[in-house]
Write a protein that binds this ligand. Structure first.
Ligand code: ACO
Ligand code: ZN
Length: 226
């Protein structure tokens, strides 16, 4: 079943001359001048935004064979806050948030996953919260539903109506499209749980996701179950 769907998508993409850029991940039609122009506009800006030159003082909170996680806190040097902000914009752009400011930028902690090629390939923004609404299990998405339909119909009921205690709210989680399904989001969350409150690791129940996307729900359900 899945294989059939894949073939149809591939055939469809060939017909439109769809290409996906190996460095920025953007899917566009190589036959369309507008698309090519849009890609050119996006490509360099995106790569500049996720480029990480390295800082004299980095708060490294986790290290892995394929990268490391650094934490940016309110009050950190300007260059660090600027990078966190740049990556947040990239994430917001993809999440469809139209440059919404954070609820409380002075309290947000930003976790950045930096890969060995010195790119920020993951970003998680966490804030202290008192109460949250639990993310309910993800139902199967009908195959013929577009992403937009899904968002339209399902964003509203993705959380339960009774508040529960939580300690840490995840207001953004984003992984670069070409680096997904490698456990980067999971490792970001594990790291948040162990470092968010000094000396007191959080359980999965003490983490809440705000307004999750379909991808976010799939991930959160999986992460919280395991
Ligand atoms: N569909 C189904 N299952 C998924 C998906 C998905 N899109 N993403 C993750 N999972 C599940 C899988 O079971 C996966 O394990 P597997 O790869 O062994 O099957 C498990 O979750 C762990 O996934 P990770 O590899 O840790 O997740 P990843 O690094 O790929 O990041 C994320 C997931 C952050 C949702 C990414 O897809 C993304 O950035 N999407 C676009 C932005 C977005 O929608 N972010 C969430 C917004 S909600 C919020 O910010 C509060
Ligand atoms: Zn590109």
């Amino acid at each position: 079943q899945d294989d059939d769907d894949q073939l149809i998508i591939d055939a469809g993409q060939k017909e439109f001359g769809a290409a996906s850029c190996e460095s920025c991940g953007m899917v566009y039609s190589a036959d369309s001048p507008e698309d090519k122009f849009q890609h050119n506009q996006f490509h360099q800006r995106f790569l500049d935004s996720i480029k990480f030159v390295g800082w004299k003082k980095e708060r490294v909170v986790a290290e892995f064979w394929d990268g490391k996680i650094i934490l940016v806190m309110p009050g950190d040097p300007k260059y660090a806050l600027k990078k966190a902000e740049e990556v947040r914009r990239v994430a917001d752009n993809e999440l469809g948030f139209q440059q919404v400011a954070l609820n409380c930028p002075t309290k947000a902690k930003t976790y950045l996953f930096i890969n060995n090629e010195r790119l920020v390939v993951g970003c998680l923004i966490a804030q202290n919260i008192r109460q949250a609404y639990r993310v309910l299990a993800v139902p199967q998405t009908p195959k013929d539903m577009t992403r937009e339909d899904f968002m339209e119909h399902h964003r509203a009921w993705c959380c339960s109506t009774s508040p529960e205690n939580a300690m840490c709210g995840v207001s953004r989680i984003w992984v670069f499209s070409l680096a997904r399904r490698k456990g980067i989001a999971s490792r970001l969350l594990d790291t948040v749980r162990s470092t968010f409150i000094y000396g007191s690791p959080l359980t999965k129940d003490e983490i809440a996701f705000s307004d999750p996307t379909p991808d976010g729900k799939q991930f959160a359900t999986q992460y919280c179950d395991t």
